[in-house]
Design a protein around this ligand. Structure first.
Ligand code: PHE
Length: 353
């Protein structure tokens, strides 16, 4: 019997001792329980229906009735504490099991898998660099549609109906009057028709021509069109701006050379060359020994084009140019075959990054 009848001892303190001893033994038993089955055995032995705590509860009956409620409260409080001990032990056990599992499957000291970082495609980089150069000078970047009307692609640009470029042999027609634009120049007229002068824009985008694929040609390629129209604009402004562009793209020693040429929408017209960055002008394989490389076409906007756009050639003049981002990328990276830029072999692109 746990609690002798009222014999002078204070039964509540005996109860406390009883519970104290039970707590100590439970704690010891929990410490040796290294798996869930043993832990459950311990719980049943102490807190189960025929466990030790039940014996303690039963002894309440031996107390004087006046002391029973208090004894009941003490026991209930003790049970809550004991259950918490068992729960804590169960949680610790689960954590240890998880730790062991992680230890087995993850070596945190092992070096991680390196992930390749992406990079801009060289053509995209040429476009972004060139546009940024012009944006710093107050030019707006605009884009147009790759499908164009014959009017904007040819007629408005003073390209006569019998011009070879207008034949289906050279251009991709979708239907009569509608084609894949053969250059970005249609955006000159579209922009001028939409806004009054002054105009300062660059137009990056794709252009399409029926060219067979070889080291220098692709049926789809990029252009960056430039257009500046305002009172008093002359070729000197064009040469200055292009010299700045090529110095920005290729290095501080770049010069610009204009070679007389012909475009129906500019007068005068010029091919634009810049110092070969490979040899700085002394002649090498890249420039076929000339010291110069061709980057695009340019000229003063033809009065007919200004008029067609609704501008007055007596009050405003302008220049326009078209340069090739593929060409810029090839010169920058010493690539001699344009197909490298379209094949997109990730190993090659990684080297160009
Ligand atoms: N559109 C011309 C071409 O594609 C380039 C160019 C643009 C020439 C602007 C002069 C002025 O070849």
């Amino acid at each position: 019997m746990l609690f002798p009848a009222h014999d002078g001892a204070f039964p509540i303190s005996a109860l406390n001792e009883q519970l104290q001893s039970l707590t100590e033994r439970l704690t010891k038993a929990l410490a040796t329980a290294t798996d869930t089955t043993t832990l459950e055995d311990v719980r049943v032995r102490f807190l189960g229906r025929s466990g030790e705590i039940t014996l303690v509860r039963r002894s309440i009956g031996t107390l004087p009735p006046g002391e029973r409620p208090q004894a009941g409260k003490i026991i209930n409080a003790a049970v809550t504490g004991l259950e918490a001990l068992v729960d804590a032990a169960a949680r610790a056990l689960a954590f240890r099991a998880l730790d062991a599992e992680l230890e087995r499957s993850i070596d945190v000291t092992f070096p991680g898998t390196a992930r390749a970082t992406g990079s801009l495609h060289p053509v995209r980089r040429a476009i972004e660099d060139a546009c940024a150069y012009f944006e710093r000078r107050g030019f707006a970047v605009v884009t147009g549609n790759e499908i164009e009307t014959e009017y904007f692609n040819f007629d408005a640009l003073n390209i006569p109906p019998d011009h070879p470029a207008r034949e289906g042999l050279d251009s991709f027609y979708l239907r009569p009057g509608l084609l894949m634009r053969t250059h970005t120049s249609p955006m000159q007229v579209r922009t001028m028709q939409a806004y009054p002068p002054p105009i300062a824009i660059v137009v990056p985008g794709k252009a399409y021509r029926r060219d067979a694929i070889d080291a220098r040609h692709s049926p789809v390629f990029h252009q960056i069109e430039g257009l500046l129209v305002a009172p008093g604009i002359h070729l000197g402004h064009l040469k200055g701006v292009l010299t700045g562009l090529f110095r920005d793209l290729f290095g501080p020693q770049q010069a610009v050379r204009f070679r007389p040429s012909y475009f129906p929408f500019t007068e005068p017209s010029a091919e634009v060359d810049t110092t070969c960055p490979g040899c700085h002008g002394s002649g090498c394989k890249t420039c076929s020994g000339s010291g110069w490389i061709e980057i695009g076409g340019s000229g003063m906007v033809h009065p007919d084009v200004l008029r067609e756009a609704g501008y007055d050639p007596q009050t405003v003049t302008g220049w326009a140019f078209g340069v090739g981002p593929e060409r810029i990328a090839m010169v920058r990276h010493g690539i001699d075959d344009i197909r490298v830029l379209f094949e997109n072999d990730p190993r090659v692109l990684a080297e160009l990054a």
